[in-house]
Design a binder for this molecule. Structure first.
Ligand code: SF4
Length: 686
């Protein structure tokens, strides 16, 4: 028996634990005390992170669809078919989806494959669905689209403002830091339509209507400026745009009275929140998808940045704009350039110097993809249905759009227009059912590699057992396809470390990292530009990453969500997550200890609303939107705001995304998963 230390494959917190290995098979999880992230503690998902690994459903051989049915194939047969089909398309007839679940090495390989082998500009991944607004919003105002501070220093905060994040359920080991801050006297303010376990620990709860974030934040800023609580020195020395911000937020639209009407939050609570936040001396904002998944996602993110610049809460411990990333490696997949507009470390594809750097570094004899922006995954789904034939071939690694993307009927239509779909995964997920070829991949416990957590900490995965059957690591599969297509010389890697070293040589923020340096409990935070650099737990300590070093404040007008309730669809639907499940459930729903706790979805509805509709707790009801309908048990509770209902999105049998709207933020192209109009109907007795 042995212990193999690794990093949790679930949320973006990046906790470490030991995998217990008995006779070559992973049999359990044991604490690893030396991690500065979680100090040996784990949430339920981490505790049971071994349970899905040897599930009998794991894919063990390549599958090829013949006459509508999957049949097992040899690797040689599957790779030959994939290579021949890929070669038959023009570059921009192909698109690739990388993955926030797999390693940096796997994502780098996919990015290089897309742009170097297929020569397509269309590569994206599901960061589009969770934090695209963060990447675009924070890069626009700070010059870097990532969480500004580290998880540990949240405990140093004097006031923690959590908006649009159920931190205690979705990032429990970050929630622990909030409680440490509170134990030392910090005030905790919580803004959300649901009175979640996070809200129940707060000192001040602002129950606000989904999608009214900008109004709430502008109202707080007006109150701060009106009372002279802004940090004048910080604004003067480190920011541009204060006059423009002030002009917007001082409008009568954002008076306490008007903001209270828009948001539903009593005026005195908004005033208290503004005062506590501005006067604490070290205030942190924590947010997640409640802020980002809106047609105003970028506006919401920039408003969080405005509040922090206005109060001077950046560049110090206990402060910052702390975007809590949902999946284990969503930060890394973005860092690796699996976005349609950038190479690694956000080097723009339209920048000629970056284009030359990658063309020279990769040495493809026939060049690489043009230096043009490609389609985001949400745009891609629209193109598939609106311009059938423009994109013919899709290669998906470790993603499941048939559960995760908005308006699943639309997604199904989109996937059905494809001529050729390859899905590479560890289980036959809902999307793989539409594939022509399925390639079996290794999971986190079966390969070495790195992942980058929400706090930009790059940590190791370590191989603990062999993959089942003939499954292989993702970058190995990608390199094998490349070799079959005549590009073996460009994919010469023997180990994950080889892939990492090539990536780091082209990636300034990772340039000082090596496996040797990462192979210690604290690992390294990017940016880490040289091999003697200690890494950067806190960004923007002296200046921002903007050309003149100053942060950019902007006036943000409030806009309502695209689809608001009406007489036909009278409720607002908001979606989210459960502590027991993760993302599309492929792993957690095959983990008996987790699945037992919440084995199906539910619609959370306010007690008074349920009473009016004659709906009892646990009664099955219909939830209907303009996109579709599902049957789902009701969870009747006073903890959700009247007029709002909540559905977790993990469950295929009552999939929340059948209902959600495919309305996008105009810049980030993120869907509005947090607000659309829905009706709840009692099912008539037969
Ligand atoms: Fe894993 Fe996140 Fe739980 Fe930590 S908080 S154990 S990273 S799921």
């Amino acid at each position: 028996m042995k212990y193999v230390q690794t990093t949790c494959p679930y949320c973006g917190t990046g906790c470490s634990f030991n995998l217990v290995v008995d006779k070559g098979i992973v049999t359990g999880v044991a604490p690893y005390q030396r991690s500065p992230v979680n100090e040996g503690k784990l949430c339920p998902k981490g505790t049971y992170a071994h349970e899905f690994i040897n599930n009998p459903d794991r894919l063990k051989k390549p599958l090829i669809k013949k006459d509508g049915k999957f049949v097992e194939a040899s690797w040689d047969e599957a790779l030959k078919l994939v290579a021949e089909k890929f070669k038959s398309y023009k570059p921009d007839e192909c698109a690739c989806l990388a993955s926030a679940r797999v390693s940096n090495e796997d994502n780098y390989a996919m990015m290089k494959f897309a742009r170097g082998v297929l020569k397509t500009k269309h590569i994206d991944h599901c960061a589009r669905l969770c934090h695209a607004s963060t990447v675009a919003g924070l890069a626009n105002i700070f010059g870097s689209g990532a969480m500004t501070n580290s998880i540990g220093d949240i405990a140093e905060s004097k006031c923690v403002f959590i908006i649009g994040s159920n931190t205690f359920e979705c990032h429990p080991l970050i929630g622990r830091r909030v409680m440490q801050a509170k134990a030392k006297g910090a005030k905790v303010i919580y803004a959300d339509p649901r009175y979640t376990p996070t809200g129940k620990q707060a000192d001040l709860y602002l129950q606000f209507r989904s999608g009214t974030d900008v109004a709430l934040l502008n109202g707080m800023m007006q109150e701060i400026i009106r009372n002279g609580w802004e940090n004048k020195e910080f604004i003067q020395n480190r920011c541009n745009g204060f006059d423009e911000l002030k002009k917007e937020v001082m409008k009568d639209d954002y008076s306490l009275e008007n903001v209270s009407k828009i948001t539903g939050v009593p005026a005195d609570k908004i005033k208290t929140a503004a005062e506590w936040f501005a006067k604490s001396g070290a205030s942190a904002i924590l947010y997640s998808m409640g802020i980002t998944q809106h047609t105003t996602g970028v506006d919401n993110v920039k408003s969080c940045g405005n509040l922090q610049m206005l109060t001077g809460n950046l560049g110090r411990p206990g402060t910052g704009v702390n975007a809590l990333r949902g999946q284990n490696n969503v930060q890394g997949a973005c860092d690796m350039g699996c976005l349609p507009v950038v190479y690694t470390a956000y080097q723009k594809v339209i920048d000629e110097a970056a284009q030359k750097k990658f063309a020279d570094g990769w040495k493809f004899p026939d060049g690489i993809a043009k230096g043009e922006n490609g389609y985001e995954v949400t745009t891609l789904m629209n193109v598939l249905t609106e311009k059938p034939g423009e994109i013919k071939c899709l290669y998906i690694m470790g993603e499941n759009p048939m559960i995760s993307d908005p308006d699943l009927t639309h997604v199904e239509h989109a996937l059905k227009t494809l001529d050729f779909l390859v899905v590479q995964d560890i289980f036959l997920n809902e999307t793989a059912e539409f594939a022509d070829v399925v390639l079996p991949a290794a999971c986190y416990a079966e390969k070495d590699g790195t992942q980058t957590s929400t706090e930009r900490r790059v940590q190791m995965w370590r191989k603990a057992q062999n993959p089942p059957g003939e499954a292989k690591g993702d970058w190995e599969i990608i390199a094998s396809i490349a070799a079959k297509m005549g590009y073996g010389a460009q994919f010469p890697w023997k180990t994950s470390e080889d892939v990492f070293n090539e990536m780091a040589s082209l990636t300034p923020s990772y340039a000082g990292m090596t496996y040797e340096r990462l192979n210690r409990p604290e690992a390294l935070h990017w940016p880490c530009p040289t091999t003697d650099h200690p890494g950067t737990p806190i960004l923007h300590t002296e200046k921002f990453g903007m050309p003149d070093g100053k942060g950019l404040m902007t006036g943000i007008p409030f806009k309502w969500p695209q689809e608001v309730p009406d007489s036909e669809y009278p409720f607002v639907l908001t979606t989210g997550r459960s502590i027991w499940q993760w993302h599309t459930g492929t792993m957690t729903r095959r983990s008996a200890s987790l699945e037992r706790e919440e084995p199906t979805g539910w619609v959370e509805i306010n007690t008074e609303d349920a009473k009016k509709l004659g709906i009892a707790d646990k009664e099955k009801v219909k939830a209907k939107t303009r996109r579709g309908e599902i049957t789902i048990p009701a969870r009747v509770t006073p903890d959700i705001m009247p007029g709002v209902v909540f559905i977790p999105f993990h469950y295929a049998e009552c999939a929340a995304n059948v209902l959600t709207i495919n309305a996008l933020d105009p810049i980030a192209k993120i869907p509005e998963s947090k607000a659309c109009a829905v009706k709840i109907e009692k099912i008539a007795e037969a």
